[in-house]
Design a protein around this ligand. Structure first.
Ligand code: YRO
Length: 315
């Protein structure tokens, strides 16, 4: 790495040596996978979303690569929250923070998990996945603004740890404002934008069928196609949220240039999902060196020099 250029950042009052790390989901479900992130140049370790009990998840194949990214309907396979809470003790050997993603199957489950995490040290922050199921037949929590408020009231009542939220993508201008109005009423540490674009469908013309087995082929979309949506969500929440809330960009980042664009829109850190699934831990080193090269050419010594400084169109 170039000695006079720093990719360091601060999230949830914790120093990250590098602003690039993994998204929750790919390759972060087992101790071995979490150690591999610890040993890489990634600036933090983030766990797979945890539920109260261990879950096997949906039938395979439940993830597929496409020419432009990925589709998944994993169904929240994970070892149960105690497994990821216990990993905090091992994560302390790395010079980077450990964050836990939580996605209870109900509000009660989120409250139970998050209150019990008070008994563990070494968790720098909790990323609450608001795509978690809520009431069957109703939208996911993140698309139900009243339920989002209710969830945040309940979880902030039981935690002293820094807590942020992972948001689904929004597509309508009033929806950004409605979610920001909810989030601005709570001491949110960070907001991660975006989760996968929900319930896409990929068709293989050769087989005349779908690519994944669960949900008749419907699944969350990640990769190239979601980058403009991710950048829009990062920019909107950077503009609308209280200034002490860090924005974490996630969506379509496979190169240093993609990371640079997210930071320009206001991201203090970026997470790699689909590309980390495809490439493994070497993606972090590659994206770090590509971003460093861009910063060198532009004479930026740290990310604060350009974070959020996206310009309006100028003729
Ligand atoms: O299927 C998953 O485990 C999954 N995939 C995603 O792209 N985003 C997610 O947040 C999750 C877990 C949550 C849920 C979609 C199963 C409700």
């Amino acid at each position: 790495m170039t000695p006079d250029i720093s990719l360091a950042t601060i999230i949830a009052d914790t120093d990250l040596p590098c602003c690039i790390y993994n998204a929750s989901g790919p390759r972060c479900s087992t101790e071995e996978e979490l150690h591999a992130i610890g040993e890489s140049v990634a600036g933090a370790i983030l766990s797979k979303s945890a539920t109260l009990q261990k879950r096997e998840g949906n039938e395979k194949p439940r993830y597929a690569d496409t020419p432009w990214g990925s589709i998944n309907s994993m169904g929240l396979p994970n070892e149960g929250y105690e497994y990821y809470a216990a990993f905090a003790a091992q994560a302390s050997q790395y010079d980077k923070p450990y964050f836990m993603s939580v996605s209870g199957m109900s509000l009660d489950e989120n409250v139970k998990i998050i209150s019990d995490l008070e008994n563990y040290e070494g968790i720098a922050g909790i990323e609450l996945n608001l795509s978690c199921p809520n009431v069957p037949g109703k939208p996911q929590t993140g698309y139900d603004f009243e339920q989002s408020r209710h969830t945040l009231e309940a979880v902030f009542a039981v935690t002293t740890k820094p807590l942020g939220v992972k948001l689904p993508p929004y597509f309508d201008i009033p929806h950004f404002q409605m979610m920001a109005d909810v989030l601005n009423d709570f001491p949110i540490a960070f907001v991660t934008c975006i989760n996968s674009v929900g319930n896409g469908l990929v068709v293989d013309p050769a087989t005349e069928g779908v690519l994944i087995k669960p949900k008749q082929g419907f699944g969350g979309i990640g990769g190239d196609f979601v980058k403009p949506t991710a950048l829009a969500n990062v920019r909107q929440f950077y503009t609308l949220l209280n200034k002490n809330v860090s924005i974490i960009g996630c969506g379509g980042i496979k190169s240093g240039q993609d990371a640079f664009e997210h930071i320009l829109c206001g991201a203090s850190a970026v997470q790699i999902g689909t590309r980390f699934m495809q490439e493994g831990t070497p993606c972090f080193e590659r994206i770090v060196s590509e971003l460093t090269e861009i910063m060198q050419k532009k004479n930026y010594r740290n990310i604060e020099a350009f974070k959020g400084k996206l310009k309006d169109y100028q003729s």
